[in-house]
Design a protein around this ligand. Structure first.
Ligand SMILES: [Zn+2]
Length: 343
């Protein structure tokens, strides 16, 4: 789908959406429901511990009012203790950008030309959301691929240890199976056609849990880099080595030395037996590339920036579009990084 078609489609969704988001009260209610703003009864005065009351001030205050303590007269913002504290943007505006335009991937150019929204402001909000999502995805990578499988069969495996390998018919089910593949993810050229920057990505797919990890590695697919990634992200038990399916690319030759069971797939011979494929990771590549993550003049040698875009894509791919807004709210509620820090 072209960016333009996508924008027109988004426009229809936005149209419908704008009708509800115009109401400040509804936005506040929704943010409270998600736990991103405190509930009314949670607004207690730090001095008197009294429940504070809402004082309307349509002219002077960004949220058209403040909470005031009728004991000591101290007042605080509705946003105190929330990720929105310190931001000068109205809540309906932030809500629209964060929970609608970002979710439906409205481009910054489109928001500028259709709504007159400032490039920099929207860019910063998008960058903030991407950073938060990326951190959450990286945290999910802390559990190694194959780890669940090893735990699931740990008791069976203890019993198997007392048997000789000949006594065990097929012990492959006791070892996890992962696929690893690499792809050229970004490939930017100068006007003269010379390659300016390129970035490879390594993907690891766990057949058991269907979880995957995608890591940007930069210009080269060096054995040392791939080796570090595999050791860090793929669990292995020397007694029942994790089976690792790869192509014949030479940078995978370390696998056997590191105690993994290495199974090489020969792509040129077509698809072999059902188990002998890296198809899962290859369909992941085509999905990732169809997401146009690197358009709009995105041209960088910064691996971290590429990784943030990959993590965003992984986040989108592994959730239903309808669940993204709620999921984002959940992530934002768990990180506690104020929006303001990124301005
Ligand atoms: Zn007070």
């Amino acid at each position: 789908m072209s960016r333009r078609t996508k924008d027109i489609e988004n426009f229809q969704k936005i149209d419908k959406y704008l009708m509800i988001s115009h109401s400040q009260e509804q936005v506040i209610d929704q943010l409270r429901l998600w736990g991103l703003l405190k509930q009314h009864h949670e607004m207690l005065c730090e001095e008197c511990n009294q429940q504070m009351r809402w004082e309307v001030d349509i002219v002077g205050q960004i949220d058209a009012g403040r909470y005031r303590c009728y004991g000591c007269k101290k007042s605080i913002s509705l946003r105190k203790g929330s990720i929105f504290f310190g931001s000068q943007m109205s809540l309906p505006f932030l809500f629209r950008v964060m929970f609608h335009h970002f979710i439906y991937q409205s481009s910054i150019e489109y928001l500028h030309s259709s709504f007159g929204l400032d490039y920099k402001t929207v860019g910063r909000i998008y960058a903030y959301i991407r950073m938060v999502i990326s951190t959450s995805i990286e945290e999910s990578y802390e559990q190694q691929l194959g780890e669940e499988h090893i735990l699931e069969y740990s008791l069976d495996r203890l019993r198997l240890d007392r048997l000789s390998p000949e006594e065990v018919d097929d012990h492959t089910k006791y070892s996890p199976a992962v696929e690893i593949d690499e792809t050229l993810l970004t490939h930017f050229k100068n006007i003269d056609g010379k390659t300016q920057s390129q970035c490879w990505a390594i993907g690891i797919y766990d057949r058991g849990t269907k979880r995957h990890i995608i890591k940007a590695v930069g210009k080269n697919r060096d054995e040392a880099i791939i080796r570090d990634l595999v050791i860090r992200y793929v669990a292995n038990d020397p007694l029942y080595p994790t089976r690792v399916y790869t192509d014949h690319f030479r940078s995978y030759n370390f696998l056997a030395n590191e105690g993994y069971e290495h199974i090489k797939i020969n792509h040129s011979k077509g698809y072999g037996r059902a188990a002998n494929t890296t198809n899962h990771i290859e369909s992941l590549w085509s999905e990732l590339k169809s997401m146009n993550l690197f358009d709009s003049g995105f041209n960088t040698n910064d691996i971290d920036l590429v990784q943030i875009r990959i993590n965003e894509a992984v986040w989108r791919m592994t959730r239903k579009e309808n669940d993204l807004a709620v999921d984002l709210a959940e992530i934002l509620g768990s990180v506690n990084t104020p929006l303001q820090q990124n301005y």
